[in-house]
Each structure stands twice: as C-alpha cells, then as structure tokens.
Design a protein around this ligand. Sequence first.
Ligand SMILES: Cc1ncc(COP(=O)(O)O)c(C=O)c1O
Length: 371
Amino acid sequence: MKMNGYNISERVLSVELSGIRKFFQAASPNSVNLTLGQPDFDTPQHIKDAAIHAIQSGYCGYTFNAGLPELRLAISDKLDRENSLSYTSDQVIVTAGAGEALYIALQSLVNPGDTVVYTDPGFVSYAECTKLASGRGRPLSLSSDLCIDIEQAKEAMDGARVFVLNSPSNPTGTVEPAETIRAIVEYADDKGVCVISDEVYEHFVYGDAKHVSAAQFGDNVLTINATSKTYAMTGWRLGFVAGPSEYIDQCIKVHQYCQTCATSISQYAALAAYTGDQSCVTHMKDVYERRRDLVYDGLTRLGFTFKRPEGAFYAFAPMASLFSKLVDAGVVGVPGDAFGKCGAPYVRFSYAAADEVLSEAIRRIGTIVSD
Ligand SMILES: Cc1ncc(COP(=O)(O)O)c(C=O)c1O
C-alpha cells in the first residue's frame, strides 16, 4: 500500500504500537506511574561483574548465531533443574529477550492465514507478532476469575496452528493450575497445534501457586523465557527459545537474518545469572509478594473486588470507569483494553515499584473513592 507516497506493507500497517508505552510516556512528571512491567531492582552485582569482565577481556565480537555454547549448556541445565525439561544445548537459541524468541517462533511456525490462539486479555505482543507473521489471531476470552477455561481453550484450538500460553500471566497475574496446562498441551498435541509457552514470570509466583512448564506434558511445545524479569535485566535484552530440534533448526534461520546473535556481553552476564547464586531471585520474589499484598489489600479496603493475583507483578483491577479520575489524581496504569477487548473493564497496575510509591498510589485512589 502507498501511504502518502511511501511504500509501507499492509502487514506492518495492520500492527498497533503498544498501548503500554503510550501511557507510560503520557504520564505527567508528578504522577505515580505504574505502567511499565519493569523490575525496579538493579541487576545483581555478580551479573554486572561478569559483563564488565567480558568487556575487559575483549569478548566483543559476534558469537555463534545460536549463542555461546557454555550459555546454551547453562540454559539446558537450568531447564532440567528448575523446569524438569530435558533439552540438549543444541535445542536452545539465545535471543534478544523473550520478545525476539516469540517473534522468531511465530515467523517460523505460521503460514499466511494460519490461526494463532492467545488469551484476551493477554500480553500485547501475541496479537501483533501474529499479524507480522501474516497469521490470523483468535483471542480466547477468560473466565470471570481471569483463568483459562479448558473447554473453551479446546474449542479455540479447532483448526489452529499455534496456542500461545502465558503463565504466570501479564496482564492478569493469573497462574494457571497444572491441570489446565496439562489439558491444553495434551489436547494441542492430539490436534497438531504447537504450544508456545511464555514463562518469563515463572519465578514470581506467590502463596500456594506453583509454576509448571507446559513442555512437561508434551513434545509439541516451544518454551520461551528470558533473564529480563527473573534477574532484573530488561535492558540487557537476553532470552531464549527451547524446543524440538525440528522447530529450533528453522527458528535459527529467522534469528540469523534478523539478529545474527544476542549481544556478546549480555550473554556472559546471562551465563553468570543462570549459573550463579539464585538468592537474588528469591529476594525479589519475596519483595514482589509483599507489594502484591500491599496493593491488593489496599484496593480491596477501598471497595474494589477482584481475585488476588498469584503471579507476575501486576494487579488487574476492575477500575476502567475511573480511568480519567485516576489520571487526574496522578495515578497512571494501563487501560485493560490495551491487552484485548475483554480487558476493557480493567486497569493494569504494575507493582514493580517501591512500597512508598505503591502506598501513595493507594492513598491517591482513596481520594477518588471518598469523593
Ligand atoms: C508475558 C511477557 N512475555 C514477553 C515479554 C518480553 O520480554 P523481554 O523483555 O525479555 O523481551 C514481556 C515483557 O513485558 C512479557 O510481559
């Protein structure tokens, strides 16, 4: 299509910029800005030190396309140790974050017009990366408690090519039970649907909730993860995709031509992250859990009723009708419809922010409620 004389593809014209960034940038300086899914922790020192050492040692050239052999091995060990998954290091591609992993997976699996199922509400990239792969998105509405309904998920898989699963979920904070994950993976396997399992929030699960990796229940699964959230490394751009060689051998082609390799320095940092002391992760999880309670208890005290989020670092609260009042009171979240039509009644607040910031947000919301 010609747009004002410029040659933009229909495919790219159909894609929306993320609503999350739009609201992040629009927030006034005095606002309590709870829009971004960005850990407020600094990257742990031993990880930074590994990067500094890599720079000082001159490890600044291209690496193998799929990543440093020692890092791929460390990821394969991590998947075995933490997720009970057995992938060889050849079945892992190191990517520029989970975002690139998702992109190359969808590019590699989806033919024009193929159906990709993802939840509504769901993380913004699923719908837009589906369009970029010329696929057709099929949003799956969630039950009233923001969980996947197994029977509806099965129906949605009719004739589909890919099912994108994200637990713990952004934006809802839902951690799907193992029975749901098993049912989806087993049914998908029967129907020839590949499950892409985005597990970037795997370590941030609270109370009795447990994270279970989809690939434990079947082979037709690609597992995506990243250092971004787990180790407070969003800016380092380091993630991975792991799965059957039949997929990985194709995904590497897309990765090679769009990325060449993940940043060498970040790969050394990730090696330290995956092989080093994991107490930093436990610490961050404990802090997020406390903040989850601070926000949830604060909002329920003010009269908002919704399910206590069990994972990730978001409260998805039914507050859309108050959105403009919230902005006036200086509290900015992301309107739920940025995550799909069914998100419309909600606002997503990230609680990856200091306790004082979150308490101030609750105080300001209180002033609206008491008006
Ligand atoms: C569910 C989910 N998947 C993937 C990503 C992208 O992660 P990365 O920064 O590693 O590309 C995000 C980032 O917010 C996310 O919330």
